[in-house]
Design a protein around this ligand. Structure first.
Ligand SMILES: *Cc1c(COP(=O)(O)O)cnc(C)c1O
Length: 367
């Protein structure tokens, strides 16, 4: 049996080898590497893809979240509602700007923030809600937007894992006032290095984000705010332009893999397979199962040459980096339970049906 990697990034990118090399050659010969035609073109195409008026190319997804908060003027004394069950980026950026992250538990079925629990977490200091479309599934955006509008607070979507997903027919990354995404190599749309973007319908936010990414300046050597250097490279933009047209097809391939897993893992041991909420779609950035025997199963699969990962082993509130916040073990029990039982199985567009069946056979042999 051939080993099966968790993610075959080589195959994903070599599928576009000639076009990626041509794009590199074009940038090399242009002699223009920062903020040029490729970034502008990619921003236009990515905005179109996201169903927004504007997109701003940035250095990575963490900066995109950070700059979104800066654009909205969120800072010290403010509170931001974040999912208790998320990659730490969402929580970190809230802390970067001096605001307080307020975690809210997910729905047990979908792992996305539970809108029924958001209102109880809102205080007079709450300035924004940052829903994450976790593992590729759109969060319940209609309910989240209704709560935000009722209380006059902003929504900032973290769309790093769900490019191409929809809620009620509308693309993720198009609901919030200003939204962030990442093109880290392993995301559904991955660069060959770090990259990210902001999407928004608001022309003023677009203009401000462009200033924040470039030293707080619109006019060279005239600085309006204490800005960052977080520009998307011309080279990464050119490579992303090659890959973007294939994203819908790649997402459909991931859905194929996910439904095959669903079919083969139904009723196996105590496995819980992913549930996609009514009105939501998932682009299956990750295929996450849960089992009480997670660690033993992972070891078994490793022995059978099958790559797996855990997203994520420690929820943000229990990270050492947040010791100062005073959060306690047991304070967000659902996030903790997910961390203890979740296992991400291999999933990528080129994965064959035979490979999926090989993974499932190894899982069945464990139980
Ligand atoms: C990857 C990711 C980010 C951050 O992206 P980087 O480009 O790696 O900084 C933020 N949020 C979520 C949910 C992610 O998965």
């Amino acid at each position: 049996m051939q080993p099966i990697p968790f993610l075959d990034l080589k195959a994903i990118n070599l599928a576009h080898e000639a076009a990626l090399q041509a794009a590199f050659t074009e940038v090399l010969h242009s002699g223009w590497f920062i903020l040029g035609n490729n970034v502008t073109k990619f921003e236009e195409e990515y905005a179109k893809f996201s169903g927004t008026q504007h997109a701003v190319g940035l250095a990575n997804g963490l900066d995109a979240l950070h700059i979104a908060l800066k654009v909205l003027g969120i800072g010290a004394g403010d509170e931001v509602i974040v999912p208790s069950n998320t990659y730490i980026a969402t929580t970190l950026t809230t802390s970067f700007v001096g605001a307080t992250p307020v975690p809210v538990e997910p729905r047990a079925a979908t792992y996305n923030i539970n809108p029924d629990l958001i209102e109880a977490a809102i205080t007079p200091r709450t300035k924004a809600i940052m829903p994450v479309h976790l593992y590729g599934q759109a969060a319940e955006m209609d309910a989240i937007m209704a709560i935000a509008n009722k209380h006059g607070i902003h929504v900032i979507e973290d769309n790093a894992q769900a490019q191409g997903a929809f809620y009620n027919g509308r693309p993720t990354g198009s609901f919030g006032a200003i939204n962030a995404t990442s093109f880290y190599p392993g995301k559904n749309l991955g660069a060959l290095g770090d990259a990210g973007a902001i999407t928004t319908d608001n022309a003023d936010y677009d203009k401000k984000a462009r200033s924040w990414r470039n030293y707080g300046s619109h006019k060279k050597y005239y600085n309006e705010v204490l800005g960052f250097n977080s520009r998307l490279d011309e080279l990464q933009a050119a490579l992303l332009l090659v890959k973007l047209p294939f994203l819908y097809n790649d997402n459909a391939e991931r859905e194929r893999v996910a439904s095959l897993y669903d079919e083969h893992l139904r009723g196996v041991g105590d496995i819980i397979t992913p549930v996609v909420a009514e009105n939501a779609t998932s682009v299956f950035h990750l295929y996450v199962i849960r089992t009480k025997k997670r660690d033993a199963l992972q070891e078994h699969l490793t022995k059978h040459g099958i790559g797996t990962m855990i997203h994520y082993p420690v929820p943000p509130h229990l990270q050492e980096a947040y010791k100062h916040a005073g959060w306690k073990q047991g304070q967000f029990p659902l996030a903790e339970e997910i961390a203890e039982t979740c296992l991400s199985l291999p999933i990528f567009p080129m994965m064959t049906n035979a490979q999926v069946e090989q993974v499932c056979a190894a899982i069945r042999s464990f139980f």
